[in-house]
Write a protein that binds this ligand. Structure first.
Ligand SMILES: *[C@@H]1O[C@H](CO)[C@@H](O)[C@H](O)[C@H]1NC(C)=O
Ligand SMILES: *[C@@H]1O[C@H](CO)[C@@H](O)[C@H](O)[C@H]1NC(C)=O
Ligand SMILES: *[C@@H]1O[C@H](CO)[C@@H](O)[C@H](O)[C@H]1NC(C)=O
Ligand SMILES: *[C@@H]1O[C@H](CO)[C@@H](O)[C@H](O)[C@H]1NC(C)=O
Ligand SMILES: *[C@@H]1O[C@H](CO)[C@@H](O)[C@H](O)[C@H]1NC(C)=O
Ligand SMILES: *[C@@H]1O[C@H](CO)[C@@H](O)[C@H](O)[C@H]1NC(C)=O
Length: 635
């Protein structure tokens, strides 16, 4: 609602405004406006600078026009004046200062019509040297110094800095050319101070030179802290230490005094004029004690070194043997390596085991023996004398598990000439375990199993047929005797070779009705699977698993159909199939058939002879008859 109303009223007013209405009859025109800087745009400090603004206006009327001049510096209005004179407008900067540096612009407004000049930059150089003044050249420790710094004649926004040597003590920003500050000076002695200032002009700042140097003497106050430690030397652990922190030469009318007694970052005690502390000295208390007084800005410390001698060293807990097996005897020994014999007898030093409810029995002199637990356990031990107690580091005992009797097994088959593996494994036992393979009771090779899941595998190759060896393995994970597995006899399987098929009777005597014996033999290790085939058939005639390296098969009452080529195939666990030569068997006719056939032939021949004889006899009677020539072969 607000902005809308404003917009509407602005539109209305501009429409209704008189000069708008009389626009056509305007009686003047602003022809131009120029701004000049006199005597120059670059001047030194204290120059009287004039900013001249000249507006050239043509008018028809005789009434003087009311001109409003506005001077801008760096975009900000610095001066406004209304004049009815047609003379140039002058803006005076008497005794120009660095703060007058800036970009100037002039604007003229006549009856609502405006013109603005170009911008001109005025640069004033030269800052007046600052002056430092102090009201007291001698002050006491802890007192504040009051100092003032002046930038004579300067104007604008000024930052004053107070320095002691190269160290800045104070910074103060003001809009005057003078500032007064108070600050403490840290230490007694002579201090040299000066001040500088900077004037902020857009876009940078200009630094003054250094002021005069002023010397201030800070008088040391006689007040001092006193630190006393009883005793200061030959301190042993357990001794009582009394520490007093006090103050000497306290000035009268002092009300803001405090003393602090501390050791490292630990505050032991504090008070108004004294701080005491009593303690039992411990080895870790070796170091510095500090007594510090604080009075306003005055701080005075004093410190002393204390060296506390160890009564006895931190005990160490050790185990023997270094490696212990479950339920086996062990000894823990607690011992402080060194002790102050001038203060302590060995017998005064007592040792105990922590936790105290132990399965180990104290044997005196810091030794504790017993049988190891079947699980991991932790112990620390404590050495004690004259009220001083020291704990050893924790000892964690991991009792080892003895290896169990190993099992031996052959991985795969032991085939002559081919490498095979022998595995040795124990069901439990702490790693590492050394497994040793023994061949005929002689150690052959050792495998060290270090990782869970790792196997002890030994690679063996048999090179001589028919050899049988005894194998066993030993598992060992301690320095005691190892555990032995059972023995296994391993014979290498000889792959099959030299297949030989023998046929009985001899080939020429094989006739119908007789029996045929096929003998298969191979060289190699039984058991052997034999398969006897006759050519032309997929199925073997005969299959057998023989525990010998030979077999035989008989075909009874041979018939003509049993003729063919015979062979066999054989294989054993070494898994190579071998095949014999193929032998051709021809089954011949039985003897009685031959006899019958022979008889028939004889009969036929006899009949032919008789017929021929009869024929020739009849030819002599009947000359014309001739019998067919092939008749005889039909018999
Ligand atoms: C600057 O102007 C002041 C005041 O009018 C005058 O007193 C002074 O002498 C002038 N300075 C110079 C250098 O002209
Ligand atoms: C500090 O020790 C002194 C001397 O023994 C004793 O007089 C004073 O009371 C003690 N002050 C405190 C605060 O214990
Ligand atoms: C023994 O101490 C170790 C570390 O300090 C911890 O991890 C472990 O659990 C402790 N064993 C027993 C049995 O307390
Ligand atoms: C296992 O064998 C390694 C290497 O031969 C040997 O150093 C180690 O003492 C053996 N460990 C045992 C328990 O016999
Ligand atoms: C049968 O095997 C045995 C044992 O392997 C061997 O001594 C024999 O020579 C083999 N026989 C033949 C005929 O190869
Ligand atoms: C078969 O082999 C066994 C053992 O090698 C032997 O005793 C037997 O005489 C052999 N038989 C034949 C027919 O060769």
């Amino acid at each position: 609602m607000g902005p809308l109303l404003l917009l509407t009223s602005t539109l209305l007013s501009s429409y209704l405004h008189p000069w708008r209405v009389v626009d056509a009859q305007k009686s003047f025109t602003i022809r131009g406006i120029t701004l000049s800087v006199e005597p120059s745009t670059d001047v030194t400090r204290d120059t009287n600078v004039t900013i001249r603004c000249q507006a050239i206006v043509s008018s028809s009327g005789h009434q003087p026009l009311s001109r409003e001049y506005t001077i801008y510096k760096d975009g900000i209005v610095v001066y406004t004046k209304t004049s009815s004179s047609s003379e140039d407008f002058l803006y005076q900067l008497y005794n120009a200062r660095v703060s007058n540096t800036g970009k100037y612009m002039c604007k003229v407004t006549i009856e609502g019509e405006q013109r603005q000049s170009e911008t001109k930059k005025l640069t004033v150089t030269g800052l007046s040297p600052p002056h430092l003044h102090i009201n007291n050249g001698v002050i006491s420790e802890g007192e504040e110094l009051t100092a003032s710094c002046t930038a004579p004649g300067e104007t604008g926004s000024i930052i004053f800095y107070f320095y002691e040597g190269s160290k800045e003590k104070r910074e103060e920003r003001v809009n005057t050319n003078h500032v007064e500050v108070s600050f403490p000076l840290s230490s007694s002695g002579i201090h040299k101070l000066y001040c500088v200032y900077t004037i902020l002009i857009t876009p940078d700042s200009i630094w003054s030179e250094k002021s005069n140097s002023v010397t201030v003497t800070v008088r040391e106050l006689p007040i001092t802290p006193v630190l006393e430690i009883f005793p200061l030397q030959d301190i042993y652990e357990g001794d009582r230490l009394d520490i007093f922190c006090t103050v000497k030469n306290v000035p009268r009318n002092t009300n803001n005094l405090d003393v602090y007694l501390s050791q490292g970052d630990q505050l032991l005690s504090s008070g108004i004029t004294e701080a005491n502390h009593s303690m039992t000295a411990l080895a870790k208390d070796s170091g510095e004690f500090e007594c510090r007084l604080q009075m306003g800005h005055v701080v005075k410390p004093v410190s002393k070194k204390v060296s506390v001698t160890e009564l006895f060293s931190v005990p160490t807990l050790t185990m023997s043997p270094a490696e212990v097996f479950q339920k086996e005897p062990m000894t823990l020994t607690c011992r402080s390596e060194s002790f102050a014999s001038e203060r302590l007898r060995r017998e005064e030093l007592t040792y105990s085991l922590d936790p105290p409810e132990s399965f180990l029995i104290p044997r005196g002199n810091g030794e504790f023996s017993g049988k190891a637990l079947p699980y991991e356990f932790n112990y620390t031990c404590t050495a004690q004398a004259k009220g001083i107690v020291k704990h050893s580091k924790t000892l964690t005992v991991h009792p080892r598990v003895s290896v169990s009797t190993p099992r031996i097994s052959v991985v795969g088959k032991a085939v002559l000439g081919r490498p095979f593996q022998i595995r040795c494994e124990s069901d439990f036992g702490s790693l590492p375990i050394n497994y040793t393979l023994l061949e005929n009771y002689d150690p052959l090779h050792t495998v060290i199993v270090k990782q869970p899941g790792q196997q002890a595998l030994f690679i063996v190759t048999f090179r001589h047929p028919g050899k049988t060896s005894k194998y066993m393995c030993e598992a060992k994970n301690s320095h005691k005797d190892g555990k032995l597995s059972e023995t296994v006899d391993i014979t290498a399987i000889e792959p099959l070779s030299q297949p030989l098929l023998t046929i009985i009777p001899t080939l020429s005597e094989i006739a119908e009705g007789t029996n045929l014996l096929l003998i298969c033999s191979v060289k190699g290790t039984p058991p052997v699977t034999f398969k006897i085939y006759r050519d032309g058939r997929d199925q073997p005639l005969f299959t057998t698993n023989s525990y010998d390296n030979n077999t035989s098969f008989e075909i009874r009452d041979l018939s003509k159909e049993d003729s063919g080529k015979y062979y066999f195939e054989a294989f054993n666990p070494a898994n190579n199939v071998i095949s014999s030569e193929h032998i051709h068997v021809e089954v011949q006719l039985a003897m009685w058939k031959k006899v019958v056939i022979g008889g028939f032939c004889l009969l036929a021949v006899s009949v032919l002879v008789v017929v021929l004889a009869l024929f020739f006899k009849s030819k002599r009677g009947r000359e014309t008859y001739s019998p067919p020539a092939t008749q005889a072969s039909h018999v």
